[in-house]
Write a protein that binds this ligand. Sequence first.
Ligand SMILES: Nc1nc2c(ncn2[C@@H]2O[C@H](COP(=O)(O)OP(=O)(O)OP(=O)(O)O)[C@@H](O)[C@H]2O)c(=O)[nH]1
Ligand SMILES: [Mg+2]
Length: 626
Amino acid sequence: MSSCCTPQTVDLDPTPRIPGKVKTVALVGPPNSGKSTLFNRLTGLRQKVANYPGVTVEQHFGKMSGIDRSDLTLIDLPGIYSLNSYSEDARVAIEVLTGKMPGTPAPDAVLLVLDSLHLERQLMLAAPVLALGLPVLLLLNMSDVMEARGGVVDTLALAQELGVPVAKISAARGTGLDAITHFLNQHSANSAPQLELPVVGNARSYRQWATGISTRTKYKAPISSTWTRRLDSVLLGRISGPLVFLAVVIAVFQVVFTLGQPLSDGMQELLNRSGDAVGHLMGSGWMESLLIDGVWKGAASILVFLPQILLLFLFIGVLEDSGYLARAALIADRVMRTIGLNGKAFIPLLSAYACAVPAIMATRTIENKRDRFATILVTPFMTCSARLPIYTLMIAAFIPNKHILGNFFGMRAAVMLALYLLGFVAALATARLLKSSILKASAAPFILELPQYRVPTLRSLGLRLFDRGMVFCKQAGTVILSVTLVLWALSHIPFGTSLPDSIIGHIGRWIEPAIHPLGFTWKIGIGLLSSVIAREVIVGTLGTLYGADPATQSLSLQAALRHDLTLGGAMALVVFFAFAMQCTSTLAIVKRETNSWKWPALQFAYMSVLAYVGALLTNVLVSRIF
Ligand SMILES: Nc1nc2c(ncn2[C@@H]2O[C@H](COP(=O)(O)OP(=O)(O)OP(=O)(O)O)[C@@H](O)[C@H]2O)c(=O)[nH]1
Ligand SMILES: [Mg+2]
């Protein structure tokens, strides 16, 4: 028999630490065990928390509040199943934990957070973590659900088995956290656990060890609720699963449109009235023109989309917090395999509906490097929320408000859905192309632990919406405002000239021949140029340009667009936005994550060519058919 399976005492503290107080504490645990929820509780910060494995993908630091020391740094880490993981997020966690991450102090104590609902499996991580020889406090999280569902474990026996203190906590409810304060105040950095451990580095021996411990500590897992089983039989069904998924997607679009539109109209009314009131107070003159036509019209034209964007984030929040997102990834696995990726790539792709930047970071959970790069390269095709303003605006201006499926599904929602599908199909087709050419790799297995279903809390949804709303308003107040100010100035210089004779008019006419075949006028061309910074900037730009032109000044933005564009040009514009890479933040994050300018440059060139050709074809086809 090999020695790997024989439990033996290991040297737990090969390099004795200098006695002293604990200064840096790492939060370690398997994915989705509640580390970030605990981190937020202890530091008062708001790191992202959601109900699927792989939410945190890099280390986050926070000062711990509520204990009698202010010099204590807490590090929230990505989840790990063992100390031999191969994904990028796990590498970060392991390097920080073992003190090998440059620029990050080595932790001198560990809070090991395990999900008590799956304790038997999660204990496997305890062996290698304890073997590091750091002071450890084992936290059995989710004790609220554990108790409600009749799960039991003898914590005293567990503490004796492991030789470290053990506490039952609920990070979500904030119960049992006194044990952490007590542990951190009492422990010095050189008090290491002493216990019998299996030889380090063997998964089978860890499993046997964990099973032995859970038997001896009389661990009884809580019964899984009948709801979970019933829901899973429908949501993961071979036929019912994809059907429910489709129904969810359609319902989201319909609600974002039917509920979002009146809210957006209300917001428009409010902004118009306040703009007019301020304008009256100021009287006429160049200052009024700058503030009202330039600043106000530019910022207001983008702010009206806040209700729709918040609704979209509300749905994404519900999908993430309820536990459905991980199930959707499982359903999508079959489709993803046909393009050479697997269900794991689906989670970043879905979260890119909010924004491509965090989605690209979320690809760190994909172990295979080529699969990860392929996912990074196609993620910007997914319809991020920055495309929503221009889509909504063009659809409301050009597509009639007719019903298709009775009262349930309208023509406008259908066009919006088609645009989202277009982005998704472009992502899949490009992934297929990459996976069969420059990023060829054999298929990787897909393993994802399904989270418990949870009813999303109003607090967590509310905080998400608040944070997103603030980001959007900040963007409108900084980037968009500065661009509109510059545009206003350029459209009035030389002073006293009309818009076509201004600097911006000259630039516009210079680029017009290149975009004329797409059905775009020069004002749209200026919009395209400004939206290279960020997609939503185009709406502010158009608001400012139409506001500065006497021919369209008195019209609403929608009416001004109808005055300026044909249906072919309008549809070509949304297709252009579906494909083009107009986001400097995304390019920067792709450079960071791939560690080379080669990939973002390739991505930019490929997406720009696709956008131009796609828009050209759309303009020609739509103009012929209608
Ligand atoms: N009922 C209950 N839910 C909890 C508790 N702690 C965390 N959760 C939920 O568990 C889910 C995962 O929480 P996170 O804090 O994101 O978990 P994590 O360990 O940081 O996950 P990764 O970053 O993916 O490794 C979220 O839906 C939380 O709301 C708890 O004590 N009780
Ligand atoms: Mg986390």
